[in-house]
Design a protein around this ligand. Structure first.
Ligand code: ADP
Length: 184
């Protein structure tokens, strides 16, 4: 299965992506995690990404797309993947479409995690990541509305919408039953 997860910061995409990756036996590819790994290793890409991440802004598309293209060349993605946090702009979605087209592949579904902004501010403040202060969170929410939400229309024919409020296991079940209904 090749899946993309979309949702505002704090919707629990990362947590669900991990559960889903385990169950489907495919890699979980999080662009946020890839950037953070680059930051930790102090790579050039990490240093470039840092100022955007600290402000809660998107890293420029060419940097992000190049990083994802490299990751999708790894052999473990042959059995599928769960993309978490990418694409985040329609330009990134078009680039992903090109990468997959070139291999004769497509996405099976795009899973949207729906949650209220106020609900997630409290969640994120409890997480303690360095970009999880209230100003940065509010900016990430704004960036989501302006730059990422248009993807929901872009992917409307493949979209599966999940209510992201509830227990972790309960939400995972919602995802799998919605995917099953869709492919049935
Ligand atoms: P969250 O979804 O909670 O905001 P992520 O870990 O997905 O957290 O992303 C953290 C930061 O990494 C983003 O605020 C952004 O700066 C950068 N980032 C992650 N994915 C992308 C992407 N697809 N395009 C551009 N920037 C990205």
């Amino acid at each position: 299965m090749r899946l993309v997860l979309v949702g505002p910061p704090g919707a629990g995409k990362g947590t669900q992506a991990e559960q889903m990756a385990k169950r489907l036996d495919v890699p979980h590819i999080s662009t946020g995690d890839l950037f953070r790994a680059n930051l930790r290793d102090e790579t050039e890409l990490g240093l470039e990404a840092k100022r955007y991440m600290d402000a809660g802004n998107l890293v420029p598309d060419e940097v992000t797309v190049g990083m994802v293209r490299d990751r999708l060349r790894e052999p473990d993605t042959e059995k599928g993947f769960i993309l978490d946090g990418f694409p985040r702009t329609t330009a990134q979605a078009a680039a992903l479409g090109d990468i997959l087209d070139a291999q004769g592949l497509g996405l099976d579904a795009v899973v949207q995690f729906e949650i209220d902004d106020e609900e997630v501010v409290q969640r994120l403040l409890g997480r303690g990541r360095s970009d999880d202060n209230e100003d940065t969170i509010r900016n990430r929410q704004r960036v989501y509305r302006e730059e990422t939400a248009p993807l929901l229309d872009y992917y409307r024919d493949r979209l599966v919408t999940i209510d992201a409020v509830g227990e972790i296991e309960e939400i995972t079940e919602r995802v799998f039953s919605a995917l099953q209904t869709r492919s049935a």
